[in-house]
Design a protein around this ligand. Sequence first.
Ligand code: ADP
Length: 264
Amino acid sequence: LGQRIHTTEHRDEFSRLAGTFNEMLASLQTAWDSQQRFVGDASHELRAPLTVLRGNAQLLRRHPHLDAGERDLMLADIEKDASRMARLVDDLLLLAQSDAGSTLRRSPVSLRATAAEAIRDARRLSAAHTVHLHAPEDPFMVAGEKDRLRQLLLILLDNALKYSPAGTAVTVGIHREGERTVLTVTDQGPGIPPEALPHIFERFYRVDQARTRTSGGAGLGLAIAQWIAGQLGGSLHVAQTGPDGTRFALSLQAEPGTALPLSP
Ligand code: ADP
Protein backbone atom coordinates (compact mmCIF):
# COMPACT_ATOMS: atom_id res chain seq x y z
CA LEU A 1 0.00 0.00 0.00
CA GLY A 2 2.85 2.34 1.01
CA GLN A 3 4.44 1.89 -2.36
CA ARG A 4 1.15 2.65 -4.19
CA ILE A 5 0.78 5.98 -2.31
CA HIS A 6 4.37 6.74 -3.21
CA THR A 7 3.66 6.08 -6.91
CA THR A 8 0.52 8.23 -6.83
CA GLU A 9 2.51 11.13 -5.33
CA HIS A 10 5.08 10.81 -8.11
CA ARG A 11 2.33 10.76 -10.71
CA ASP A 12 0.75 13.91 -9.21
CA GLU A 13 4.09 15.66 -9.15
CA PHE A 14 4.75 14.61 -12.74
CA SER A 15 1.38 15.85 -14.03
CA ARG A 16 1.89 19.18 -12.17
CA LEU A 17 5.27 19.59 -13.85
CA ALA A 18 3.81 18.64 -17.23
CA GLY A 19 1.02 21.19 -16.71
CA THR A 20 3.52 23.96 -15.89
CA PHE A 21 5.66 23.00 -18.87
CA ASN A 22 2.64 23.10 -21.20
CA GLU A 23 1.66 26.54 -19.89
CA MET A 24 5.21 27.79 -20.53
CA LEU A 25 5.09 26.38 -24.05
CA ALA A 26 1.72 28.02 -24.71
CA SER A 27 2.91 31.45 -23.54
CA LEU A 28 6.12 31.11 -25.59
CA GLN A 29 4.00 30.22 -28.62
CA THR A 30 1.77 33.31 -28.02
CA ALA A 31 4.84 35.57 -27.72
CA TRP A 32 6.33 34.05 -30.88
CA ASP A 33 3.03 34.45 -32.79
CA SER A 34 2.68 38.11 -31.79
CA GLN A 35 6.32 38.78 -32.74
CA GLN A 36 5.71 37.15 -36.13
CA ARG A 37 2.60 39.30 -36.63
CA PHE A 38 4.56 42.42 -35.64
CA VAL A 39 7.30 41.70 -38.21
CA GLY A 40 4.68 40.91 -40.89
CA ASP A 41 2.69 44.10 -40.22
CA ALA A 42 5.86 46.21 -40.09
CA SER A 43 7.10 44.86 -43.44
CA HIS A 44 3.70 45.49 -44.98
CA GLU A 45 3.70 49.12 -43.75
CA LEU A 46 7.21 49.73 -45.04
CA ARG A 47 6.50 48.18 -48.42
CA ALA A 48 3.76 50.69 -49.37
CA PRO A 49 5.87 53.89 -49.30
CA LEU A 50 8.84 51.97 -50.69
CA THR A 51 6.85 50.92 -53.77
CA VAL A 52 5.72 54.51 -54.46
CA LEU A 53 9.24 55.79 -53.88
CA ARG A 54 10.78 53.30 -56.31
CA GLY A 55 8.07 54.01 -58.90
CA ASN A 56 8.74 57.75 -58.77
CA ALA A 57 12.51 57.28 -58.97
CA GLN A 58 12.14 54.99 -62.03
CA LEU A 59 9.84 57.50 -63.76
CA LEU A 60 12.30 60.30 -63.18
CA ARG A 61 15.13 58.21 -64.64
CA ARG A 62 13.12 57.15 -67.70
CA HIS A 63 11.86 60.66 -68.46
CA PRO A 64 14.83 62.99 -68.04
CA HIS A 65 13.07 65.79 -69.91
CA LEU A 66 10.00 66.21 -67.69
CA ASP A 67 9.08 69.85 -67.13
CA ALA A 68 10.32 71.43 -63.93
CA GLY A 69 6.88 71.50 -62.27
CA GLU A 70 6.29 67.76 -62.73
CA ARG A 71 9.82 66.96 -61.61
CA ASP A 72 9.34 69.01 -58.45
CA LEU A 73 6.07 67.27 -57.62
CA MET A 74 7.67 63.85 -57.98
CA LEU A 75 10.68 64.84 -55.91
CA ALA A 76 8.35 66.18 -53.22
CA ASP A 77 6.53 62.81 -53.24
CA ILE A 78 9.83 60.99 -52.86
CA GLU A 79 10.75 63.22 -49.92
CA LYS A 80 7.34 62.66 -48.29
CA ASP A 81 7.59 58.88 -48.59
CA ALA A 82 11.16 58.85 -47.31
CA SER A 83 10.09 60.90 -44.25
CA ARG A 84 7.14 58.59 -43.66
CA MET A 85 9.45 55.59 -43.73
CA ALA A 86 11.92 57.27 -41.39
CA ARG A 87 9.09 58.00 -38.91
CA LEU A 88 7.87 54.45 -39.17
CA VAL A 89 11.34 53.03 -38.54
CA ASP A 90 11.74 55.29 -35.47
CA ASP A 91 8.39 54.06 -34.13
CA LEU A 92 9.25 50.42 -34.79
CA LEU A 93 12.61 50.81 -33.06
CA LEU A 94 10.95 52.33 -30.00
CA LEU A 95 8.41 49.50 -29.81
CA ALA A 96 11.18 46.91 -30.24
CA GLN A 97 13.04 48.59 -27.36
CA SER A 98 9.90 48.44 -25.23
CA ASP A 99 9.55 44.71 -26.04
CA ALA A 100 13.16 44.19 -25.02
CA GLY A 101 12.31 45.63 -21.59
CA SER A 102 13.94 49.03 -22.08
CA THR A 103 12.84 51.59 -19.47
CA LEU A 104 12.70 55.39 -19.34
CA ARG A 105 14.70 57.45 -16.88
CA ARG A 106 12.51 59.69 -14.76
CA SER A 107 13.39 63.12 -13.41
CA PRO A 108 11.24 66.15 -12.48
CA VAL A 109 9.80 67.86 -15.54
CA SER A 110 7.16 70.55 -15.98
CA LEU A 111 4.11 69.13 -17.71
CA ARG A 112 2.92 72.67 -18.47
CA ALA A 113 6.15 73.69 -20.22
CA THR A 114 6.29 70.39 -22.12
CA ALA A 115 2.66 70.78 -23.21
CA ALA A 116 3.40 74.34 -24.39
CA GLU A 117 6.28 73.02 -26.55
CA ALA A 118 4.13 70.21 -27.99
CA ILE A 119 1.40 72.75 -28.79
CA ARG A 120 3.94 74.89 -30.66
CA ASP A 121 4.90 71.80 -32.71
CA ALA A 122 1.21 70.99 -33.31
CA ARG A 123 0.45 74.51 -34.57
CA ARG A 124 3.14 73.98 -37.20
CA LEU A 125 1.40 70.74 -38.29
CA SER A 126 -1.91 72.43 -39.08
CA ALA A 127 -2.74 76.02 -39.80
CA ALA A 128 -6.40 75.03 -40.28
CA HIS A 129 -7.06 74.37 -36.57
CA THR A 130 -6.72 76.41 -33.43
CA VAL A 131 -4.90 74.83 -30.49
CA HIS A 132 -5.46 76.21 -26.96
CA LEU A 133 -3.89 75.53 -23.59
CA HIS A 134 -6.21 75.80 -20.57
CA ALA A 135 -4.24 75.44 -17.38
CA PRO A 136 -3.75 77.42 -14.19
CA GLU A 137 -0.39 79.12 -13.61
CA ASP A 138 1.43 76.12 -12.19
CA PRO A 139 4.39 74.20 -13.66
CA PHE A 140 2.61 70.90 -12.88
CA MET A 141 5.79 68.98 -12.11
CA VAL A 142 5.74 65.26 -12.87
CA ALA A 143 8.42 62.55 -13.05
CA GLY A 144 9.34 61.80 -16.62
CA GLU A 145 11.70 61.92 -19.55
CA LYS A 146 10.97 65.24 -21.21
CA ASP A 147 11.47 64.18 -24.84
CA ARG A 148 9.27 61.13 -24.50
CA LEU A 149 6.59 63.08 -22.63
CA ARG A 150 6.60 65.61 -25.46
CA GLN A 151 6.39 62.77 -27.99
CA LEU A 152 3.35 61.36 -26.16
CA LEU A 153 1.60 64.76 -26.15
CA LEU A 154 2.40 65.30 -29.81
CA ILE A 155 0.88 61.91 -30.73
CA LEU A 156 -2.39 62.95 -29.04
CA LEU A 157 -2.31 66.40 -30.64
CA ASP A 158 -1.41 65.02 -34.08
CA ASN A 159 -4.37 62.60 -33.89
CA ALA A 160 -6.72 65.36 -32.73
CA LEU A 161 -5.68 67.45 -35.75
CA LYS A 162 -5.69 64.55 -38.23
CA TYR A 163 -9.14 63.27 -37.31
CA SER A 164 -11.07 66.50 -36.86
CA PRO A 165 -12.29 68.85 -39.59
CA ALA A 166 -10.50 72.06 -40.54
CA GLY A 167 -11.70 75.12 -38.68
CA THR A 168 -12.28 73.29 -35.39
CA ALA A 169 -10.43 73.72 -32.09
CA VAL A 170 -8.20 71.39 -30.10
CA THR A 171 -7.91 72.11 -26.39
CA VAL A 172 -5.25 70.94 -23.98
CA GLY A 173 -6.23 71.16 -20.32
CA ILE A 174 -4.22 70.41 -17.18
CA HIS A 175 -5.65 70.05 -13.69
CA ARG A 176 -5.01 68.26 -10.41
CA GLU A 177 -7.08 65.39 -9.11
CA GLY A 178 -5.81 64.73 -5.58
CA GLU A 179 -2.32 63.26 -5.85
CA ARG A 180 -2.51 63.11 -9.61
CA THR A 181 -2.04 65.56 -12.46
CA VAL A 182 -4.36 65.03 -15.41
CA LEU A 183 -3.74 66.36 -18.90
CA THR A 184 -6.57 66.19 -21.42
CA VAL A 185 -6.58 66.68 -25.19
CA THR A 186 -10.04 67.43 -26.55
CA ASP A 187 -11.03 67.72 -30.20
CA GLN A 188 -14.22 68.43 -32.12
CA GLY A 189 -13.84 65.49 -34.50
CA PRO A 190 -16.25 62.66 -35.37
CA GLY A 191 -15.44 60.51 -32.33
CA ILE A 192 -14.31 56.89 -32.08
CA PRO A 193 -16.96 54.19 -32.68
CA PRO A 194 -17.68 52.10 -29.54
CA GLU A 195 -16.66 48.84 -31.24
CA ALA A 196 -13.23 50.32 -32.07
CA LEU A 197 -12.51 51.58 -28.55
CA PRO A 198 -11.10 48.30 -27.18
CA HIS A 199 -8.59 48.18 -30.06
CA ILE A 200 -7.24 51.70 -30.59
CA PHE A 201 -4.17 51.12 -28.39
CA GLU A 202 -3.21 47.98 -30.34
CA ARG A 203 -0.27 48.13 -32.72
CA PHE A 204 -1.20 48.82 -36.37
CA TYR A 205 -4.90 49.23 -35.54
CA ARG A 206 -6.79 51.93 -37.46
CA VAL A 207 -10.52 52.53 -37.23
CA ASP A 208 -10.83 53.31 -40.91
CA GLN A 209 -8.06 51.74 -42.97
CA ALA A 210 -8.70 53.83 -46.08
CA ARG A 211 -9.12 57.21 -44.38
CA THR A 212 -6.13 56.98 -42.11
CA ARG A 213 -3.84 55.60 -44.79
CA THR A 214 -4.16 58.81 -46.80
CA SER A 215 -3.22 60.81 -43.69
CA GLY A 216 -0.14 58.64 -43.24
CA GLY A 217 -0.72 56.98 -39.86
CA ALA A 218 0.46 53.39 -39.43
CA GLY A 219 -1.65 52.77 -36.33
CA LEU A 220 1.35 52.85 -33.97
CA GLY A 221 0.86 56.25 -32.31
CA LEU A 222 -1.45 55.26 -29.48
CA ALA A 223 0.48 52.03 -28.79
CA ILE A 224 3.61 54.15 -28.29
CA ALA A 225 1.73 56.80 -26.28
CA GLN A 226 0.37 54.16 -23.92
CA TRP A 227 3.78 52.57 -23.45
CA ILE A 228 5.31 55.98 -22.58
CA ALA A 229 2.44 56.73 -20.15
CA GLY A 230 3.04 53.38 -18.40
CA GLN A 231 6.79 54.08 -18.22
CA LEU A 232 6.05 57.40 -16.49
CA GLY A 233 3.95 55.56 -13.90
CA GLY A 234 0.74 56.93 -15.40
CA SER A 235 -2.14 55.86 -17.56
CA LEU A 236 -3.74 56.99 -20.80
CA HIS A 237 -7.36 56.44 -21.72
CA VAL A 238 -10.28 57.83 -23.71
CA ALA A 239 -12.22 59.94 -21.23
CA GLN A 240 -15.05 60.78 -23.60
CA THR A 241 -15.97 60.25 -27.23
CA GLY A 242 -18.99 60.90 -29.41
CA PRO A 243 -20.13 62.78 -32.51
CA ASP A 244 -19.07 66.08 -30.88
CA GLY A 245 -15.48 65.03 -30.35
CA THR A 246 -13.01 62.97 -28.37
CA ARG A 247 -11.11 63.59 -25.14
CA PHE A 248 -7.98 61.63 -24.24
CA ALA A 249 -6.80 61.87 -20.63
CA LEU A 250 -3.25 61.28 -19.40
CA SER A 251 -3.05 60.80 -15.65
CA LEU A 252 0.34 61.10 -13.93
CA GLN A 253 1.51 61.11 -10.33
CA ALA A 254 2.17 64.73 -9.27
CA GLU A 255 5.69 65.37 -7.96
CA PRO A 256 5.27 66.18 -4.27
CA GLY A 257 5.89 69.73 -3.04
CA THR A 258 6.04 71.32 -6.47
CA ALA A 259 2.69 73.11 -6.70
CA LEU A 260 4.42 76.50 -6.94
CA PRO A 261 3.07 79.37 -9.01
CA LEU A 262 5.12 80.13 -12.12
CA SER A 263 5.31 83.85 -11.40
CA PRO A 264 4.48 85.96 -8.32
P1 ADP B 1 -2.67 56.39 -36.51
O1 ADP B 1 -1.25 56.37 -36.88
O2 ADP B 1 -3.54 55.67 -37.49
O3 ADP B 1 -3.20 57.73 -36.15
P2 ADP B 1 -3.01 55.69 -33.68
O4 ADP B 1 -2.50 54.48 -32.96
O5 ADP B 1 -2.50 57.00 -33.23
O6 ADP B 1 -2.72 55.42 -35.21
O7 ADP B 1 -4.59 55.70 -33.59
C1 ADP B 1 -5.31 54.51 -33.85
C2 ADP B 1 -6.66 54.86 -34.49
O8 ADP B 1 -7.53 55.47 -33.51
C3 ADP B 1 -6.56 55.85 -35.62
O9 ADP B 1 -6.28 55.23 -36.84
C4 ADP B 1 -7.93 56.51 -35.59
O10 ADP B 1 -8.83 55.74 -36.35
C5 ADP B 1 -8.35 56.43 -34.13
N1 ADP B 1 -8.15 57.73 -33.43
C6 ADP B 1 -7.11 58.11 -32.68
N2 ADP B 1 -7.26 59.36 -32.17
C7 ADP B 1 -8.46 59.78 -32.62
C8 ADP B 1 -9.22 61.00 -32.45
N3 ADP B 1 -8.74 62.03 -31.72
N4 ADP B 1 -10.43 61.09 -33.07
C9 ADP B 1 -10.92 60.07 -33.81
N5 ADP B 1 -10.25 58.89 -34.00
C10 ADP B 1 -9.03 58.75 -33.43
